[in-house]
Structure formats: C-alpha cells, structure tokens
Write a protein that binds this ligand. Structure first.
Ligand code: AHG
Ligand code: MN
Ligand code: MN
Length: 359
C-alpha cells in the first residue's frame, strides 16, 4: 500500500469508534487488537502449511466435541489464549477446543469482558488448502465476577458487544461488528496491518445461491426438504428462477461469500443425531456469525426463531442455523412455522391470496 494514499487501519477505525464513548477506557480496543494479532499469527501459520510442519493431527487428542484435534486447532487455540490472557480486559475465555471455561491466570489483572471463540473453523479443510478461519464473540462479564463460571457465558447472542471472524483465504480478511454495521478489513501482508477495504457491508435481500450439505438430505425435516426441492426445481418450479448450490464445509468461507454477494446457508436441525439440535455451536459459531449477518442487513435463524434470541443452555450447545439473504431466511422460517404442505395451486396462496408467501 503506497503511504501517500490514506487508508483506514483497524487501529484508526477502533479509535474513531471509541470517540463516540468519551468515558471508554480503551480496554475494548486492546481486546480487538489482540484478537486481530492472534488472527495474524494464525494466518502466518496457515500460510506456511506443510513447510511449517503444522499440518495433520495433534496426536490422538480429541476435543470436547469428540472431534480429533488438528495441530492447527491446538496452535490457534493457544494463540488466542496467550495473546489475550495478560491484557487485564478479560474476566475469562471459552473455546471450542476447551471443555470448561478458561480462568485468567492469577498473575494477571482481570477485566470486564468475556471472549468466546472457535480458534479454527473448517479444520477438515486445512490439509487440502481450502480457506479456513477463526470466529470470536465478545460478551460483558457479570459485575464483580472473579472466577468465571459456565453460567456467566450463557447469554443470548443479542447481548454480544462485538463479534467477528478472520478468513485465511487467498487474502486474509477480518470482518468485525461492534454493533454499528459490519466492516471488512484486508490484511496488508507488507505492513502486517488490517486495512478497512469493505466498509458498511450489506447483504442483498434476494439471492439465487444456497449452501447446504446435501449428503444429509435423508435426515432433513420437511420444511428444509421443501425449500431445497423448490430451489432445485429452478425456473420450472414455484420459485420461477434457477439456483446455484455451493458447499465448502468451512462456515467462515460460506459466511464470507454470502456477505460479499448474497446467498443463504443452511446447517439445519435434522434427525441424524436426535440428541443434538444441529451441527454448529451456538456460542462461538452461530451467535457471532448471526450478529454479523444482522448488522449487514441479512438474517440468522434457527429455522424457527432468530438465533440471537436463543437463551443458551450450555457452553458447547449445538443449534440449527440458517443465515444470509433476508428474504430467503424469512421464507425458510415461514416453512417451519407452517409445516403442513401448502397446496400451491390453491387460490389462497396466489399472489393476491390471503396467505401470500414471502417474496
Ligand atoms: P470446526 O472445523 O470448527 O469443527 O467446524 C466445522 C463446521 C463448519 O465450518 C462447517 O460448515 C461444517 O462444520 C461442515 O460440516 P460437514 O462436515 O458436515 O459438511
Ligand atoms: Mn467451527
Ligand atoms: Mn474449530
């Protein structure tokens, strides 16, 4: 980046946001900048790949999800912990890779925020050189808390102070919301700085692109089957337009595509594992991505209700997740709320009928 051309850095962006709150201590900015530093260090490890000796599994280690940990899962988790535990702004942390909440070591001061993260999302893609990412969510710690408990983290997504993700793709980007819209920053590899390149992201309300793991179709609930069938029917079906399908198996990469050009992502609740209400985790996958989607004019839902309204019951709770272009998410919710098959040739459902379907 030529220095003659002014571009807003992440630091400048945060300082300018902070000026709106004259009494702010600067703790929040330190938190975001250290999260960004963790993401930069993970980006470098990912970029070196096999040359850095970071590919493959971390021995036989299995995380609380029952998934085999990759070396990069462990390395990324440590980057988040080490770069954030010392700063005095956190009361505690929680991670996909740790069964229990993480206490700030006694040698460091404690602060008023909680940090929750998925240090490496899409880790099944690491060894095949497909984009992966990190996802984080910032909550307020209850007043006066010293040793945090799981209960302190069980706040609905609507309580998030900030959320974001980094994507380690052809370029490394950080997408952040502090509740005033969603902004995208691109890592300048020469300066090692995130530069604001995608201000005020907006997701188009309509789309012709959907993402779902179709190998699960036999486990889908009726509303999801109906939605996908209608998309696949294309021009000749009730949607009267052709759809494209995408599946990267890296939610961060899907979320990023949807933020850039619209689309809808579904990892719905299904009957594959009836005890689990979905595949993705509420606190460090669904909530932060949901917050970003809503801040960019999109929506995020469990299929039944807005994901940000869900009261979490446990740290690693899973949930059905649908997000992206607003009118598609509305439609999928409508199908869940009206599960009976609708006779589409019934005049009540026609354009001017009583029960007009969402556009
Ligand atoms: P993680 O790597 O953090 O465990 O998350 C992987 C998630 C998500 O990124 C992706 O959308 C989904 O798992 C892929 O699931 P399938 O393997 O069922 O396609
Ligand atoms: Mn994940
Ligand atoms: Mn992960």
């Amino acid at each position: 980046m030529p220095l003659t051309q002014h571009r807003t850095t992440l630091t400048q962006f945060l300082i300018e946001e902070r000026r709106r709150y004259p009494h702010a201590s600067g703790d929040f900015n330190s938190l975001i900048l250290n999260v960004a530093l963790a993401c930069k260090s993970i980006a470098r490890a990912v970029a070196f790949g096999a040359l850095g000796g970071v590919l493959g599994q971390a021995g036989d280690a299995v995380n609380v999800q029952g998934e085999t940990q990759q070396k990069l899962d462990v390395l990324s988790n440590n980057a988040f912990l080490r770069l954030n535990e010392w700063g005095g702004y956190l009361a505690g942390m929680a991670s996909e890779e740790m069964e229990s909440v993480y206490q700030i070591p006694g040698t460091y001061p404690k602060g008023k925020y909680l940090l929750v993260f998925d240090p490496l999302d899409g880790s099944s893609n690491i060894d095949v050189n497909v984009s992966v990412g990190s996802i984080f969510s910032v909550l307020r710690a209850p007043d006066g808390v010293s040793d945090v408990t799981e209960q302190d983290f069980l706040q609905p997504g609507s309580e998030q102070v900030a959320a974001g993700y980094a994507i380690y793709g052809p370029t490394t980007m950080l997408v952040l919301t502090v509740g005033t819209g969603a902004n995208g920053f691109t890592l300048d590899p020469n300066l090692g700085e995130f530069i604001l390149t995608h201000p005020a992201l907006q997701i188009p309300p309509d789309t012709q692109e959907f993402a779902i793991n179709a190998s699960n179709s036999r486990f889908w609930e009726a509303p999801v089957k109906r939605y996908v069938d209608e998309c696949l029917a294309g021009k000749s079906g009730v949607r009267e337009k052709d759809f494209n399908m995408r599946w990267i198996a890296s939610m961060v990469a899907e979320a990023h595509r949807i933020l850039m050009r619209g689309g809808v992502f579904l990892y719905p609740r299904d009957t594959k594992h009836p005890a689990k209400h979905g595949r993705l985790r509420l606190l460090y996958e669904a909530n932060p991505i949901g917050f970003i989607m809503e801040q960019a004019g999109g929506r995020a839902s469990t299929g039944r209700e807005s994901v940000l309204q869900v009261q979490p019951a446990s740290l690693h709770q899973r949930i059905g997740l649908v997000f992206g272009s607003r009118n598609e998410v509305d439609r999928i919710e409508y199908y869940h709320q009206h599960p009976e098959p609708i006779e589409l040739d019934n005049p009540l459902f026609h354009e001017r009928g009583l029960f007009r379907l969402p556009a």
